[in-house]
Design a binder for this molecule. Structure first.
Ligand code: NAP
Length: 287
């Protein structure tokens, strides 16, 4: 890779950031597309999110990804925020514009693009979300926006699931209340019987790869498709349990890949096709 006076810089800010796979995605895309662009990680110390955003703009960076714990902290330092990112309340991509960065959330469009490629639709589905953290909340917003028939949020801490259900019902068309909450221990007595289940807890992540948030077979029998957002390991115990009970199962690696690809497309205007996406996925070295 040649670096010269015209090289554009993008990067990811986070803390920690050392484990990130994003440089593999973006530098592979830049090389394959012949863009004079490099992508590097930036470890930002606690309390310096605003300095990092202003500094990145002053240094003429083309764009930034934002990861844990700064996805909310960067918002006050943006020139503009995309409506979806504003609704979700979290920004993971900064795009350089005249006078400041515009903030986007590419996590949910990334999940949606991954699901579409896997032939998994949301419209008219009974969507069951496991977890009520930041990502589960964003998934619930995606589900209501894409026309899910029913959205059931199951969480260990019931109040958090109830809060998200109320918020999501507020975003639904008038007269429709698709979202409801249930405690995790009630998982064996779900009302419906054919769910698209999206696993958005931390359970099953490396190194605790033998864990699944739910073990009951009665639950898995009701799942026709399971989407685990955990990407390491690429095949989780949740996925194995879904498949053992006759469902289709997918992991979180493709979501991770596409949130990066959509950011790259926003920065450069490039269109990344499926072949190039596969090349970037291989560069992540977990398949
Ligand atoms: P978070 O805000 O910390 O939420 C964690 C959720 O997991 C909470 O609902 C928590 O329940 C639940 N949980 C944790 N330990 C549990 C246990 N032992 N038993 C039952 N529930 C448990 O995390 P997040 O940021 O939303 O991230 C959630 C997942 O999404 C992570 O696995 C992360 O790797 C994945 N993710 C994937 C991508 C991708 O691109 N594929 C991107 C971002 C995140 P309580 O509310 O009861 O504590």
């Amino acid at each position: 890779m040649k670096i010269d006076g015209y090289t554009r810089v993008c990067g990811v800010m986070g803390n920690p950031v050392e484990h990130t796979m994003s440089p593999a995605i973006h530098n592979t895309l830049a090389q394959a597309l012949g863009e004079n662009l490099v992508y590097i990680p930036f470890h930002v110390p606690a309390g310096h999110a605003g300095d990092a955003v202003r500094g990145a703009y002053a240094l003429n960076l083309l764009g930034m990804n934002v990861t844990v714990p700064y996805k909310r902290d960067v918002v006050p330092f943006l020139k503009e925020i995309d409506p979806l990112a504003e609704t979700i309340g979290a920004v993971n991509t900064l795009v350089r514009t005249e006078g400041g960065f515009k903030g986007y959330n590419t996590d949910m469009p990334g999940l949606y693009r991954a699901m579409s490629e896997d032939g998994v639709g949301i419209e008219g589905e009974d969507v069951l979300i496991l977890g009520a953290g930041g990502v589960a909340r964003a998934v619930a917003i995606l589900a209501v926006r894409k026309g899910a028939r029913r959205i059931l949020i199951l969480n260990r801490t019931l109040e958090k699931a109830q809060r998200i259900a109320r918020e999501v019902n507020g975003l639904a068309p008038a007269g429709v209340q698709p979202a409801s909450a249930l405690a995790l221990e009630e998982c064996a007595s779900l009302p419906g019987d054919r769910y698209l289940a999206i696993q958005a807890t931390n359970v099953g992540m490396f190194p605790k790869t033998e864990d699944a948030v739910i073990e009951e077979t009665a639950f898995y029998r009701k799942v026709h498709t399971g989407y685990d957002l955990v990407f390491n390991p690429p095949r989780t115990r949740f996925m194995a349990l879904v498949e053992e009970n006759g469902g289709r199962a997918f992991g979180g690696l493709k979501m991770l890949l596409y949130q990066g690809i959509i950011a790259y497309e926003l920065w450069t205007g490039a269109q990344v096709d499926a072949g190039l996406a596969e090349k970037a996925k291989e560069a992540m070295h977990i398949s």
